[in-house]
Design a protein around this ligand. Structure first.
Ligand SMILES: [Zn+2]
Length: 370
């Protein structure tokens, strides 16, 4: 971690992006290009939330499912309308569609491959994707078979990547325990971590103690969604349950601004926990009012280890490059900040050391040009 920490570059917080004396208009295509070229590390993206629109349409038709819109443009507009409806229920409707569309082994392989290729095209030097494999059981696909197909798809891309197995926290503990056993069976064979995803509020991680104990005892790294829809205390709770990374964790910002709870931020820093922040997704689900006001800036400036991710590209109508460009355009974060975040992300990646070293080299080289 020390090496990565050393990469942190003090940001200038200017509204313009300056590269070797040249100023780039932050609304210009040049910014989009720079954002795409910037080496990035993807730690938090759900495979069932990241399908290409064209692929979703094709897969739905193959399975005889009527899509909610007849062509790519209208289907993208449908997702965009749901994303901006201010309703988590509407936002989540999209997942029922994607799971149904992906419920075949060739489809799972294809979606994983395309996600890795999209990340690579957007400048990712390393990626971790996640999904709940047991969601395909009602379609006759075992968790084992789903994981095998997904890993085959990821392996077909040149991008170094791994798979995080999610369990859904609103399901009974017996289900999350089954997902944990499945993840452990694939440890060392492409599955790199375990996560509790799904509705956070009302479903604290402590309710799944058995699954978390199995994962910890089995030596599989743990990341937990926390502090997205629930309070800052959940972030520290997740860390104490063994999570080395936290999905979102943005409500920690409330503790930052409250002297009585400031110790929560200190504790997160002390434990060396890394936040996988997903700005656009947070705006869509109401966890943040706007990108400009998103807690990522304040938490970063407070010295919390974090990085930025896409969460659900399809539902949030965003790419990794667009997420990058938006942060540069609408926050005080600079290109140097985003590169330093990528360094932090590499340091907290669950992928093998050789992969991380290679990714770090690309990031370090880019830092020298800023
Ligand atoms: Zn997520």
């Amino acid at each position: 971690m020390t090496l990565i920490r050393g990469l942190r570059v003090a940001g200038g917080h200017g509204r313009a992006l300056t590269m070797r004396g040249m100023t780039t208009d932050l609304a210009s295509p040049a910014l989009q290009q720079r954002a795409r070229a910037l080496p990035k590390v993807l730690l938090h993206e759900h495979l069932d939330g990241g399908l290409r629109v064209g692929t979703l349409l094709e897969l739905l038709r193959q399975r005889g499912i009527e899509p909610p819109a007849p062509d790519e443009a209208q289907l993208a507009a449908w997702f965009s309308a749901n994303a901006h409806a201010g309703s988590l229920e509407k936002y989540l409707q999209g997942f029922a569609l994607t799971i149904a569309a992906m419920a075949g082994l060739p489809a799972l392989e294809r979606v994983a491959f395309e996600a890795a290729e999209d990340a690579r095209a957007d400048g990712a030097v390393l990626a971790e994707f996640r999904i709940a494999p047991l969601l395909f059981e009602p379609y006759g696909i075992s968790g084992e078979a789903a994981i095998e197909a997904l890993l085959a798809g990821l392996a077909r891309s040149a991008l170094p990547s791994g798979l995080i197995v999610c369990a859904l926290r609103h399901l009974p503990p017996a289900e999350t325990t089954r997902a944990a056993r499945l993840a452990l069976a694939w440890r060392g064979r492409g599955v790199i971590a375990f996560d509790l995803a799904g509705a956070e509020f009302g479903f604290p991680p402590g309710g799944h103690a058995e699954a978390l104990r199995l994962v910890r005892d089995g030596g599989l790294p743990l990341t937990l969604h926390a502090g997205e829809a629930d309070v800052a205390e959940r972030v520290v709770e997740a860390a104490h349950l063994g999570a080395r990374r936290i999905g979102h964790g943005v409500r920690l910002v409330d503790a930052l601004n409250d002297p009585a709870r400031r110790h929560l931020v200190d504790e997160v820093r002390r434990l060396g926990v890394h936040l996988e922040v997903c700005p656009t997704s947070n705006v869509h689900t109401g966890a943040a009012a706007s990108i400009a006001e998103h807690p990522i800036t304040a938490l970063w400036q407070a010295g919390v280890s974090l990085s930025f991710h896409t969460d659900n590209r399809l539902m949030s109508c965003v790419s990794f490059a667009e997420e990058t460009a938006t942060l540069l355009r609408e926050t005080a974060l600079t290109e140097a900040d985003l590169l330093a975040m990528a360094g932090e992300a590499v340091g907290h990646s669950f992928l093998p050391e050789a992969t991380r070293t290679q990714a770090l080299a690309a990031i370090t080289a880019a830092i020298r040009t800023v």
